[in-house]
Design a protein around this ligand. Structure first.
Ligand code: ADP
Ligand code: MG
Length: 586
């Protein structure tokens, strides 16, 4: 149970992650039709019924057992399976944090069987061939996690995104989606081009299809097809960008960059194109990244793919520009021009919670970093002090100890809190860097001993071309010789970090994107890199006050609503759950 819940912490973040797993299982089972029923943003209920191969009665319990059902049968499978996430633990993990039932029937029998959660044995149940999995009351037994769930509407929008991605990746699957009993989406399997167009319109909206051109191109064994929105259909957010490589949804920097670049002369700064693009590549030419959540790919001939994609999209856009139409608007140009539906909205910098007077950018992070640097000043809290302060007990409690150099163990009113200190610190640092960068307030710190970094000519040119950006990122770099740079100042938050490797990482990004191209889009990646350099490493021993400083900072960052991306940084085990582990009170 505990192992399952910890695994659940890694894979089950919110209703949408549950739905994604259920849908993947249905597809694995060969389903052609899916009925998805959701209640209250999926928190109350997520139910998926499919017409796949079903699960035999005597395997129902196995399906819910951890690691029992690895689909890996060969080493080659390993990579494939890894891309789908985890191996035979999704259902077990989900079952550990919800009330789950599975009802299924295979073609070999006339009767279906149902197994509910921890019930001892399956019971007969009517069911056509296929499987229904019903997940109710998600996180009912892990309140800390439930706390992170957002409004019904937000959770529903995440669920809908999972469904859109599936609908666009598998035109051959029929789908019906209901929420709180109301039908949201009904899609038939699309057999031909017209049918696929109808589905894209149903999923992305009629307006998109009306203002999109079809893309179709082939070169050297590379095939691309799909729909790309005209510049008039640009959006304020990159929220309608679907890119599939060999059928798999991908969010890859290089690929996205190629597409963005194709638009760069026709889109206003700050506007984002909309597209649904399918890239087909010889599987031998592409490596899917083993990291499940990253959705990245590696192409053997990445330059070729980049050029091909960029060119194909560029041509498709250019093809529709009428003769004599106004010249494309340059990105740098501030003058309004026709062809842009609405003015580019002001990009709202993300706001962090600003508590009291401590919110001056840079100051807080400095204080934070100092707390991490300085030797423990505050005395350890005793149990009595803990009791005394129980009324004002912070949500993540007070640190007790550090485990294996990786986790912080803390105690709060409910029980035990476990924090992945590197992940937590990295997120905090990243959010701060983003904020400071947005405010143009990255605080720099001169290095006592400037660091020399020998670089290639390309790196040197990239550093020159982007000296302004480097400065905004908090790096003051000068050229000292034909192939020598010197780092004079670094972001204050990075004091003590390895300036050379930081500069190298940043330069390699800049080089990869070419010195003449847009780099704004890169900034988040760069900030993420900086955050990573500046964050406490695993195996660093933290003192109790340092750990408490980190916990308090996490709380501050949470309230700003920045904590619901990516991996969880912490989890909690309430006393009741702990008691359960020891069969106390039974
Ligand atoms: P994995 O998918 O990695 O094997 P899961 O925990 O997601 O692990 O699923 C466990 C097993 O349950 C699957 O391997 C499969 O045998 C069975 N299963 C789950 N969902 C379905 C389904 N919709 N149809 C048929 N079998 C299913
Ligand atoms: Mg699975």
């Amino acid at each position: 149970m505990l192992a399952n819940q910890i695994a659940a912490g890694e894979v089950v973040e919110r209703p949408a992650s549950v739905l994604k797993e259920l849908l993947e299982n249905s597809l694995d089972a060969g389903a052609r039709r899916l009925d998805i029923d959701l209640d209250q943003g999926g928190v109350k209920r997520i139910q998926v019924r499919d017409d796949g191969c079903g699960v035999p009665c005597d395997e129902l319990a196995l399906a819910l057992a951890r690691h029992a059902t690895s689909k890996i049968s060969s080493l080659e499978d390993l990579e494939q399976v890894a891309t789908l996430g985890f191996r035979g633990e999704a259902l077990a993990s989900i079952a550990s944090v919800s009330r789950l039932s599975i009802t299924s029937r295979t073609a070999a029998t006339d009767a279906g069987w149902r197994l509910a959660g921890e019930a001892a044995a399956p019971e007969p149940a009517a069911h056509p061939v296929g499987t229904t999995i019903c997940v109710e009351d998600l996180f009912y037994n892990t309140p800390a996690r439930r706390k992170f769930l957002r409004t019904e509407r937000t959770e529903l929008s995440h669920l809908e995104e999972v469904i859109r991605r599936l609908a666009l990746s598998r035109f051959d699957i029929g789908l019906q989606v209901r929420h709180n009993g109301r039908t949201l989406q009904q899609l038939r399997a699309a057999e031909d081009r017209a049918g696929r167009g109808r589905r894209v319109a149903a999923v992305c909206g009629d307006a998109f299809l009306d203002q999109a051109v079809e893309l179709e191109s082939e070169r050297n064994g590379l095939v691309v097809w799909g729909w790309i929105g005209l510049p008039t259909y640009s959006r304020g957010q990159p929220d309608q960008q679907y890119l599939y490589v060999n059928g798999r949804m991908v969010r890859d920097r290089m690929v996205a960059h190629a597409v963005r670049n194709a638009y760069r002369d026709v889109l206003y700064h700050g506007r984002h194109p909309a597209y649904v693009i399918y890239l087909e590549v010889d599987p031998a030419m592409v490596d899917v990244n083993v990291h499940p959540s990253k959705q990245e790919v590696r192409f053997r001939e990445s330059r070729q793919v980049y050029d091909f994609l960029r060119h194909a999209v560029e041509q498709a856009i250019a093809g529709v520009r009428p003769e004599g139409a106004p010249a494309p608007v340059s990105l740098q140009s501030a003058a309004p021009a026709s062809g842009v539906a609405e003015p580019a909205p002001q990009q709202q910098p993300m706001r962090l919670h600003s508590g009291g007077g401590a919110s001056a950018p840079g100051l807080r992070q400095q204080a934070f970093y100092q707390a991490l640097q300085q030797p423990p000043a505050a005395p350890l809290r005793t149990a009595e002090q803990l009791a005394d302060s129980a009324a004002g007990m912070p949500p993540l409690g007070f640190a007790l100890a550090q485990l294996k150099g990786i986790y912080i163990l803390a105690e709060n009113d409910n029980g035990l809190v476990l924090v992945d200190m590197h992940a937590a610190h990295e997120r905090i640092t990243y959010e701060r860097m983003k904020q400071d960068f947005a405010d143009a307030a990255v605080v720099t710190q001169p290095l006592l001993v400037p660091v020399q970094v020998s670089v290639s000519e390309r790196e040197l040119r990239a550093a020159e071309a982007h000296s302004g950006l480097l400065r905004e990122l908090g790096l003051v770099v000068e050229q000292q010789g034909p192939q020598l740079l010197v780092v004079r100042e670094v972001p204050a938050i990075l004091r003590g970090a390895d300036a050379e490797s930081l500069l190298r990482d940043i330069l390699s990004d800049l080089v990869e994107h070419g010195a003449s191209e847009r780099v704004e889009a890169l900034v988040e990646d760069l900030l993420r890199e900086i955050a990573c350099h500046g964050s406490v490493r695993a195996n660093r021993q933290l003192s109790v006050p340092e750990m408490n400083a980190l916990l308090r900072d996490m709380e501050r960052t949470e309230r700003s609503g920045q904590c619901n991306h990516g991996r969880p940084t912490w989890t909690a085990l309430g006393l009741a759950e702990l008691d359960g582990l020891f069969l106390r009170g039974r």
